[in-house]
Ligand binder design. Structure first.
Ligand code: C5P
Length: 351
């Protein structure tokens, strides 16, 4: 069997609206995913036993054993196609997407592995069937298969392609270290609970219009309740009962149809941003610097800590990247464009 290589993009969320925590611990979302041109590459080849080798960005930090999302993806696909004979593969991941960065890098590698193994084994699963397997691996995995710009509902796994015109120029600013997604969601719940309690007591100035919490209040809340946040929320009572059901932003949808980055910038919205900034107050400096240097929109990507800045055009994005680097507000920057295509086979190496 010939090795197969798949290229897969990172994502940012143009809208990430988070509903109350569900009984299964997840949150119903309304999100707008946008794939960007920062790619990992995954090669799979037959092997005696399944193994993972990671090179590149954050390679030393990424688990290479059975818990690796790519290894899980290979097992999940083998199970779903009831593969007879060996399904062991060696998975080689060349990473450019940092880990625990809010860019869905692990999910991207899982999606790439699904596409690669589907080809390697000639399993013949359709995109829709692959997406079903992907949803069982992680909430962001189906989108990494699809790419482009898409609306995500449920945990984020129920996807519809969005009507979006144009190509957008982004700067991604990487932070030192990562953030744990469950911890960021738990912090979001806790800050909302605190805001709700303050409202009930008649406390003013804590709740924001977005039905969430202001960044300043968030930072104070995180400082007060750091222990609960580190605990991952497992012992919390139902914290978000009063949280409104999220809705798709019609303003963002109209802006995307127009293809005008100046219209999109002000519509970027992330309900997890307050929680991410409360856990990593240094992110506020990066966001402020980006706005000062001319970004049309500045947002924490997903659960963070990467910050994404939308620029008016390629030249301004280059300037912004230089300015952010010079300001020393991040570990590094990359210039990317969106939308980028989803996981796709790039080479089928001769045997
Ligand atoms: O689906 P995935 O395994 O990527 O999610 C990681 C964690 O993020 C979940 O365990 C949960 O804590 C949180 N999450 C959530 N609601 C979502 C997606 C993720 O609470 N819609």
């Amino acid at each position: 069997m010939t090795p197969v290589t798949v290229r897969v993009p990172a994502k940012v969320n143009l809208q990430l609206s988070v509903g109350p925590r569900r009984d299964d611990g997840y949150h119903d979302l309304v999100t707008v995913f946008h794939a960007v041109s920062l790619f990992d590459e995954v090669t799979v080849r037959p092997a005696d036993r399944t193994s993972v080798r990671v090179t590149g960005q954050d390679a030393g930090l990424i688990p290479a054993g059975r818990t690796n999302l790519a290894a899980r993806a290979a097992r999940a696909l083998a199970a779903s196609v009831r593969r007879s004979g060996t399904s062991a593969v060696h998975i080689e991941i060349r990473k450019r997407i940092p880990m625990a960065a809010g860019l869905a890098g692990g999910s991207a590698d899982a999606a790439a592995t699904l596409v690669a193994c589907n080809e390697l084994w000639q399993a013949g699963l359709t995109q829709a069937e692959l997406r079903e397997v992907a949803a069982g691996i992680g909430s962001d995995v189906p989108f990494a298969l699809l790419g482009g710009t898409a609306i995500g509902l449920g945990r984020g796994e129920r996807l519809t392609a969005a009507l979006a015109a144009g190509t957008y120029q982004w700067v991604l600013a990487f932070a030192t270290g990562g953030l744990s997604t469950p911890q960021v969601y738990a912090t979001c719940d806790r800050l909302r609970e605190a805001a709700g309690a303050a409202r009930e007591k008649g406390g003013a100035g804590v709740a924001s219009e977005a039905g969430g919490v202001t960044e300043a209040a968030g930072a104070a809340g995180a400082a007060r309740g750091g222990r609960a946040a580190r605990g991952g929320g497992a012992t919390e009572t139902r914290p978000t009962a009063g949280v409104a059901k999220p809705a798709l932003s019609t303003e963002l949808m109209a802006a995307l149809r127009s293809g005008d980055p100046a219209a999109i910038g002000p519509q970027l919205r992330n309900d997890l941003q307050v929680a991410a900034v409360s856990l990593r107050p240094d992110l506020r400096r990066a966001l402020t610097a980006g706005r000062e240097y001319g970004a049309l929109g500045a947002i924490v990507s997903g659960s963070g800590p990467t910050c994404a800045f939308l620029a008016a055009d390629a030249r301004r994005a280059d300037e912004l990247a230089v300015a952010l680097t010079g300001a020393g507000v991040c570990r590094g920057v990359v210039r990317v464009q969106g939308p980028a295509p989803g996981a796709a086979i790039v080479t089928v190496e001769p045997g």
